[in-house]
Write a protein that binds this ligand. Structure first.
Ligand SMILES: C[S@@+](CC[C@H](N)C(=O)[O-])C[C@H]1O[C@@H](n2cnc3c(N)ncnc32)[C@H](O)[C@@H]1O
Length: 185
C-alpha cells in the first residue's frame, strides 16, 4: 500500500494507489485526495459526464456517490505516459461498477450524439488550450443550466486559458487543481 503523493515539477505524478479517508485503494491517476473529496461533493446523487478517464481513478471516485456516470475516453495513450495503454487497467477497475457507462470513443464524435443533460461535467482530457476550449464548449451543451462544470489541471496555464475562454467567467472555487464552475453556465 502506498501513501505517498508526489509532485514532479508543476505536474502531479501518478501513484499506484492512494488511501484517503475511509476509502481503500484507488486506481493509478492524478486526482489528489482533496480533489477527490471535492469531486464527490459535486457528484453526490448527480448524473455525471466524465471526459477523460485513463485508468479510471476519477471514474471510481465519481461512481461511489453519483447516480450515474457516463465515462468517455478513447484510450489511445497520452503524452504524459507515452506508450502506456490504459484500457486493460481501466476495464479491470470500472467494469464491475453498475452505475458507470463505459464509452470508448473520441469526445467530439460521441458527445454531440448524446440526447441528455448532465448535472455535472468533469473535464480531464487533453491539456492544450484548444482541446480544453472545445471539450468545455461540448460539455456545456450537455450540462443542465443549473449544473456544474469542473476542470482538472487548472494549475496548467493552457487549461486555464481554454477553460476561461469557454466559460467566460472565473471559477466559483478552485480546490487544489480542480476548478469548479457552478450554475448559470
Ligand atoms: C489526464 S488523463 C485522465 C485522468 C483521469 N481523469 C484520472 O482521474 O486519472 C486524460 C485522458 O483523456 C483522454 N483523452 C484526451 N483527449 C481525448 C479525446 N479528444 N477524446 C477521447 N479521449 C481523450 C486520454 O485518452 C486520457 O486517458
Amino acid at each position: 500500500m502506498r501513501l505517498l503523493w508526489i509532485r514532479g515539477g508543476a505536474r502531479l505524478v501518478p501513484v499506484d494507489a492512494v488511501v484517503t479517508g475511509p476509502r481503500t485503494t484507488l486506481p493509478d491517476g492524478w486526482l489528489s485526495p482533496v480533489e477527490a473529496d471535492e469531486l464527490q461533493r459535486l457528484a453526490t446523487d448527480k448524473t455525471v459526464l466524465e471526459l477523460g478517464a485513463w485508468k479510471g481513478r476519477s471514474t471510481v471516485v465519481l461512481s461511489e456517490v453519483a447516480t450515474y456516470v457516463v465515462s468517455v475516453d478513447r484510450h489511445q495513450g497520452i503524452p504524459e505516459r507515452e506508450g502506456v495503454e490504459s484500457l486493460p487497467d481501466y476495464l479491470a477497475n470500472v467494469r464491475g461498477l453498475d452505475n458507470v457507462a463505459i464509452v470508448i470513443a473520441q469526445f467530439d464524435r460521441i458527445v454531440p450524439l448524446f440526447d441528455s443533460f448532465f448535472n455535472l461535467c468533469f473535464i480531464d482530457g487533453s491539456h492544450d488550450e484548444q482541446s480544453v476550449y472545445q471539450d468545455a464548449m461540448m460539455a456545456m451543451e450537455h450540462t443542465d443550466g443549473y449544473g456544474t462544470v469542473a476542470f482538472h489541471d487548472w494549475d496548467m496555464e493552457s487549461v486555464r486559458k481554454g477553460g476561461l475562454r469557454a466559460m467566460s467567467k472565473s471559477p466559483n472555487r478552485v480546490v487544489d487543481s480542480l476548478a469548479v464552475f457552478e450554475g448559470n453556465l
